[in-house]
Design a protein around this ligand. Sequence first.
Ligand code: FAD
Ligand code: NAI
Length: 465
Amino acid sequence: MADYDFDVLVIGAGPGGYVAAIRAAQLGLKTACAESRETLGGTCLNVGCIPSKALLHASELFEEASSGALAKFGVKIAGAELDLDQMHAEKAKAVKELTGGIEGLFKKNRVEWLKGRAAFTAADTVDVGGRRVRAKNIVIATGSSVTPLPGVTVDDEVVIDSTGALALPKVPEQLIVIGGGVIGLELGSVWKRLGAKVTVVEYLDQILPGMDGEVRRESAKIFKKQGFVLKTGTKVTKVERNGAQATVTVEPAAGGAAETLTADAVLVAIGRRPNVDGLNLDAAGLTLNNRGQIAVDHDFGTSVPGIWAIGDVTPGPMLAHKAEDEGIAVAENIAGLTGIVNHDVIPGVVYTHPEIAGVGKTEEELAAANVAFKVGKFPFLANSRAKTNRDTDGFVKVIADAQSDRVLGVHIISSLAGTMIAQAAQAMEFGATSEDIAYTCHAHPTHSEAIKEAAMAVTGKPIHM
Ligand code: FAD
Ligand code: NAI
């Protein structure tokens, strides 16, 4: 290995980086991973996917137990109480178990964890915590962090970001969420279920940008029914902290009269941006694209040979599973194999209740690209299992190419949408037609039968509608 310290040095141990490091080591490459956090697992395990899902699960249980919603099933619960400290403790335990698990996997696969912040000193050399390391291949997997709202200071007490919203010590009476995207709706749901009144201020006309239009409209109806106040088409012009509260000034995005809202917590959730500060990319000869990301080719190579990049720091959806798949692919490419990620088939899930999931193209994207398509829809009101469970919000929509019938997109609103979407992704990966799905036997009674029925509806022949 000449005078290289490692075959592969991965910078960042999030879902992209830790997976890349493990796969590289599995392929026989001498591998290290630099991580500046105290624990491995990146945003996802420490302050993202995992703690948010822990609170979503626990808050759903609390709401079910305390709201009387189970009484109609003959389950009466008196005196259900919230123990928020215990809820946080159980969340912390899950995070600790999972981040510790990655440390165990590093040991098992002989990936060396270099503790500290990494900065390039040359295209093949990086300083990590005072140690100079030379590697034949360097994978940048530094992820992303919260996009600040100009003029608004996150103080981690009243004005918070997603990390603060995962650790509030008490339930706010009023929570204002700035940004009607994934984080705003998931963490807004957590605190709403625990008793907060939640107002979401969204700049665009609809919440959940990027998702199918009909899904966005239907989701908004469902969230409003749950008690969310959704102020779409509204911009925030000022956030002022007054002691234990904050005043948020808003006005219509198109211009008009201003209004002030008061809350004891304001969550800023307007997106995330790539982590590149302090990496000293100049020393490596790397530049950023116009969105501040590191551009990569089909193999995850950057413009500098030997330097690769994956995950949130690169273009594409900022999702853990996208980063993980790229981690596997980049390691395989470095090892001389063929690592591929099909970016046309990356599912996205919003873990609210009901869940909202999609894979492939939306109707709007296909219309804009002048692709002729057919749509089949099936509502959960007509699905026997959903009806039995009294869980009938939502629908499945299957979009297929008008000529070839190949499935181009599937969009689902359902309590089980996050699990169900995997079937659609797999079908699309195998190039399935709507007819293929329609003629696949689905177990009865399951929510998944709605996917079969929506596929049948593409040709106008659902049975139960
Ligand atoms: P990251 O996970 O951000 O990891 C990058 C790591 O690099 C960090 O640990 C950082 O400390 C380290 N690092 C950065 N710079 C350096 C440096 N110079 N030297 C050393 N180390 C460095 N996605 C989903 O798919 N599903 C979800 O349910 C979901 N929920 C989320 C909930 C929240 C609240 C948030 C904030 C995000 C959520 N995401 C979710 C998004 C997901 O967390 C990211 O897409 C994912 O973590 C990206 O992985 P990554 O490996 O690219 O980067
Ligand atoms: P987002 O991009 O999903 O939503 C941000 C929202 O804020 C958008 O609707 C946008 O129009 C709005 N917005 C932007 N500027 C605004 C302003 N000044 N005033 C009002 N609204 C404004 O970003 P979010 O929710 O912060 O999440 C960041 C990333 O984390 C996402 O890209 C997502 O992929 C990832 N994530 C994924 C989750 C999942 O997969 N379940 C869960 C949480 C986060």
